[in-house]
Design a protein around this ligand. Structure first.
Ligand code: CP
Length: 290
């Protein structure tokens, strides 16, 4: 049984193994060892891509998925996360997928004896998103070493950026941040936005997470788009082989223009597709012996 909460305790070799397996699933590999297993998907925060691509991945593997409904559950009577997850273990579930607004929520789940895969914890980590980002980059460039990537936007509130910055550095990529200083976490070298457009191999835009800012939002959408949005004019200044990424959902007209979402340089749709194969590989790994 192997949990997945972040990528910090996975070796580079283990990460490459997950990417390779995901690519094999994409090429049609059939794997029937998990047929009939029961997985509960517990999403305590809204999700479209992660939640539903886990369901597709589970169904592709013959797993029986259950979607937990927080609103009609005993969470509403005050039941804790631990007691909720322990209940799923006791009534016969084989594994759990969890997205939760609390950063490091998994630290209270040490006494759970079925595999847990995180679909994102607060502003902490989003391991399967990072893996599907790596898969997309690997398919594009066939390497990581030496690639230049800039994260642009709400880095402070982005679990995707936090996971990616750490693992991409370990893989030998040159990592920069750009966008408004107020949203940077200063974990990487800052690069001026217009310079980033012209020099990066990968521009990864991040959604301005208005829901995590409370009332303290200082940017109008129009002003943000003018200063840090990816307009058609800016796309045309990118290097010939450079690509655009975004974990989605995106704020159209804020960090991305309508044009840039599906333009020739965008790999955003491919990221979504790869999410299914990465989650199949991660589910397979979850039931492997330590
Ligand atoms: N990228 C991502 O996590 O999207 P969802 O919030 O829709 O799952």
């Amino acid at each position: 049984m192997k949990n997945l909460f972040h990528l910090g305790n996975l070796s580079v070799q283990e990460i490459m193994c997950i990417l390779d397996q995901a690519k094999e699933f994409k090429q049609g590999m059939v794997y029937e060892e998990l047929k009939g297993k029961k997985i509960a998907n517990l999403f305590f925060e809204p999700s479209t891509r992660t939640q539903y691509s886990f369901i597709v991945a589970e169904e592709n593997l013959g797993i029986l998925p259950t979607n937990f409904n927080v609103e009609s559950s005993s969470v509403k009577k005050g039941e804790s996360l631990y007691d909720t997850v322990k209940t799923f273990e006791m009534i016969g579930y084989d594994g759990i997928v969890i997205r939760h607004p609390a950063t490091n929520y998994y630290k209270e789940l040490e006494n759970i004896n079925i595999p847990i895969i995180s679909g994102g914890d607060g502003i902490g980590n989003h391991p399967t998103q990072s893996l599907l980002d790596l898969m997309t980059i690997s398919e594009e460039f066939k390497k990581f070493e030496g690639l230049k990537i800039a994260f642009i936007g709400d880095i402070m509130h982005s679990r995707v950026a936090h996971t990616n910055i750490h693992i991409m550095r370990r893989l030998g990529m040159e990592v920069f941040t750009s966008g408004p200083f107020e949203l940077d976490d200063f974990s990487s070298d800052y690069i001026d936005y217009e310079t980033a457009i012209e020099t990066m191999d990968i521009l990864m835009f991040l959604r301005v997470q208005y829901e995590r800012h409370g009332v303290d939002v200082t940017f109008s959408k129009e002003k943000y788009h003018e200063s840090y949005g990816l307009t058609e004019e800016r796309v045309k200044k990118m290097k010939p082989n450079a690509i655009i990424m975004h974990p989605a959902p995106y704020n159209r007209g804020v960090e991305l223009s309508d044009y840039s979402v599906e333009c020739e340089k965008s790999r955003i749709m491919k990221q979504m597709q790869n999410g299914v194969y990465i989650r199949m590989a991660v589910l397979k790994r979850a039931f492997e012996k330590e």
